[in-house]
Write a protein that binds this ligand. Sequence first.
Ligand code: GAR
Length: 208
Amino acid sequence: MGKQRLQLGVLGSGSGTNCEAILQACERGELPTEVVIVISDVADAPILERARRRGIRAECIGPSRFKTKLEPELEERVAQWLRDAGVELVALAGYMRVVKTPLLRAFAGRILNIHPSLLPAFPGLHSWEQALNYGAKVAGCTVHFVNEGVDAGPIVLQEAVPVRENDTPATLHQRIQEVEHRLYPAAIRLFAEDRLKIEGPRVRISKS
Ligand code: GAR
């Protein structure tokens, strides 16, 4: 019997196009992974529907007193759902809260995030708009391991997206997302193939 595929849990707050790209890459057999649970902090987030219509477990985190983080007991519940589902890697896909100790401790070195800028430039919200407002000539996206910072942690992959003269926030974000949908599955594949090694601030990628 072949090795079981890496069990993936996805957390997101919104549309879930990155989750969709990961799900489709799994379905096409391009990733040695399987999404076993999708969790959202927003009850009607489309990302949950993407999971449900495939028969994948979808969970919604109950209401939180905070906007940018979860109460420790709520985050502990998320960690428990992920553990119960047998998750080996957590992928944050548009999850708009800062991850705190319960989750970081439960999945140390096993949480990835995608961010729509070339970190460390423009962390936080609407990074593509930040890049436009700053007058940057190059935007992009980053997949990184998650630490206690905001959009911070050792970088796995980055790709640049040139800013065009006539870009609006919407057109720039759309081109960044097209790259995200390729870059995130590629980073997850590297993790699943055990080719990523965190050395201090750096991620070393071994050859296949
Ligand atoms: C993506 O562009 C992702 O990089 C960004 O939210 C969007 C979610 O889109 N994440 C962050 O800004 C994290 N700080 P999606 O729900 O369609 O995948």
